[in-house]
Design a protein around this ligand. Structure first.
Ligand code: ADP
Ligand code: MG
Length: 252
């Protein structure tokens, strides 16, 4: 028995100027699956993640998330503005730099999407936001402004804010790379509990131990294609490709 993938990317291509960053990327992610995306700096990990929620518009290939699919290049079927907003809402993105609204409390940051994009009544959005802040361990920080929060707390607010859109998938782009080492664990802990709840996730990370332990699959991006793709432990502990082995040797 097989279920349709939650994310399906085929022959994805992205060019910046004369630099082909993504040559032809094929990737399927099953519902509830957690995929760690690793690769050298500049290999296109962020670009691939951004193509998944169309923050970057691909030059060729196709992207499908849940029931929405788009083709790019010669036979393009591009989304209109309304469709694009719905598509982005279905793909929650968490960035290295938290991107919280500095002039809004943690609670207001989490309420913003439900109120403005989902047109949720404020009282209902507040209930949702408070429950999500509790879920990421920040029930007591709801009224705080970002400047009063630690990096780990800010990133947990950013995760709650993404979850408030009730996304079909969550995308993490080096969500812990900007954090002081002692704050990394609290953010990884939230990501791990989301994974355990069955959220479909694609995680760009340099936390190799986390990828090994929490991801179902590890995907190694190199030279514009997926160079190796396999069960997390197999790819990390016994990579089949020499280039994967060479990359992973930097982390030991
Ligand atoms: P990674 O996240 O793996 O470090 P990126 O996806 O950020 O890699 O970048 C891949 C390549 O694409 C890099 O050479 C980078 O300079 C280039 N690039 C990324 N975004 C842009 C952009 N908006 N305009 C031009 N070049 C870009
Ligand atoms: Mg990047």
């Amino acid at each position: 028995m097989s279920t349709a993938p939650m994310i399906e990317v085929s022959a994805l291509k992205k060019v910046f100027g004369d630099h082909t960053v993504l040559r032809s990327v094929d990737l399927k992610v099953a519902p509830g699956e957690v995929v760690a995306l690793i690769g050298p700096s500049g290999s296109g990990k962020s670009t691939l993640l951004r193509c998944l929620n169309l923050l970057v518009v691909p030059d060729g290939g196709a992207v499908r998330v849940g029931g929405r699919s788009f083709r790019f290049g010669a036979s393009a079927s591009l989304p209109g503005a309304g469709e694009l907003a719905k598509f982005r809402a279905a793909t929650g993105m968490v960035f290295q730099q938290f991107n919280l609204f500095p002039h809004m409390s943690a609670l207001a940051n989490v309420m913003e999407g439900p109120v403005t994009v989902r047109r949720m009544a404020r009282a209902q959005a507040e209930t949702l936001a408070r429950s999500l802040l509790a879920k990421v361990g920040l029930a007591d920080k709801a009224e705080q402004y970002p400047s009063r929060l630690s990096g780990g707390q800010k990133q947990r607010v950013a995760i709650a804010r993404a979850l408030a859109m009730e996304p079909a998938v969550m995308l993490f782009d080096e969500a812990t790379s900007a954090l002081d080492p002692e704050l990394v664990g609290e953010v990884l802990g939230v990501m791990q509990s989301l994974a355990a709840e069955g959220m479909t996730m694609v995680i760009v990370t340099h936390e190799i131990a986390f990828a090994r332990d929490v991801a179902d699959r590890v995907v190694f991006l190199r030279d514009g294609v997926i160079h190796e793709d396999g069960p997390a432990r197999q790819v990390i502990d016994a990579p089949r490709e020499e280039a994967t082995r060479a990359f992973l040797s930097h982390f030991h």
